[in-house]
Ligand binder design. Sequence first.
Ligand SMILES: Cc1ncc(C[n+]2csc(CCOP(=O)(O)OP(=O)(O)O)c2C)c(N)n1
Ligand code: SF4
Ligand SMILES: [Mg+2]
Length: 290
Amino acid sequence: MAQTTVKIYTPTTPIWCPGCGDFGVLASLKKALSDLQIKSKDTVIVGGIGCSGSIHNNLECYGIHSLHGRLLPTAVGVKLANPQLTVIAAGGDGDGYAIGAGHFLHTLKKNPSIIYIVMQNGTYGLTKGQPSPTAQVGYEGNVDLPFDAILTALSIPSTTFIARGFSANQAQLTDLMKKAISHSNSNEGMGFLEVLSPCVTYNDTYKEWREQVYDLSTEKDYNPHNRLLAFTRVSEITNQGKIPTGLVYSGRVKSLEENTLSKEKGPLALQDISLESNLPKYEQILNDFR
Ligand SMILES: Cc1ncc(C[n+]2csc(CCOP(=O)(O)OP(=O)(O)O)c2C)c(N)n1
Ligand code: SF4
Ligand SMILES: [Mg+2]
């Protein structure tokens, strides 16, 4: 009989610098998972490469440390194999918006029911402070205007949940995490949450971000279910030098699982692949190669 060796790893203490914004993201994520009563055994976190990409080491759950920029296809594979799991991809802005930019766009387009948390700090923290795609002009010689992931996501017609939080605003961030997780766990598609998460060592933006953040929920006329109005209003606020936060958009488009998975067969990961039940099929496969 086949044997599986299981080793349980206990969560480690984060290796982040004291004051790193990623601590706030971790605290909110823990609280959101616990408030929603999502069990460790049903949670998979796929980390990127970068300081932020080690977040899964600090939580009791299944964790995969993916390749740089490849966390989204990995997370989609996990979700398609077993849609009953809570699948969270979590990584940095360099990981998601530079080397992983192609996957970012196409995963938004395909709308799998995973949660994607990007810890945005305007820098490549782990490799000691080179400008990332969200870096401000002037930062370490950067001359490019910053990439805006929220406006990009809004411009893709199949996105179904877009939000931005700030690691220094725990109440708002936890609420957005819960909303993003609930959205994707209802199999309604991807919960995309960008978090402003300052790198205190190479790009300490706490002070300016505290002054710039603008909570969309304070606007009574803001309608997060109207993509066109959301795009217009978020663009206006951004052009005024503010950073819109809160629930930016939520809508309904078929998810990747709805579009691709067979309802009759059930999840791939839960199929019976035992030798006893499948011997004739395996023999047929071997015969085909003879
Ligand atoms: C294929 C590949 N290219 C480059 C690197 C080097 N590298 C490691 S982390 C990183 C950038 C991380 O930046 P970000 O994703 O923003 O994460 P942060 O450290 O800021 O949280 C780079 C370029 C790598 N590990 N693999
Ligand atoms: S280098 Fe920056 S991003 Fe990395 S742990 Fe330190 S403060 Fe956080
Ligand atoms: Mg970064």
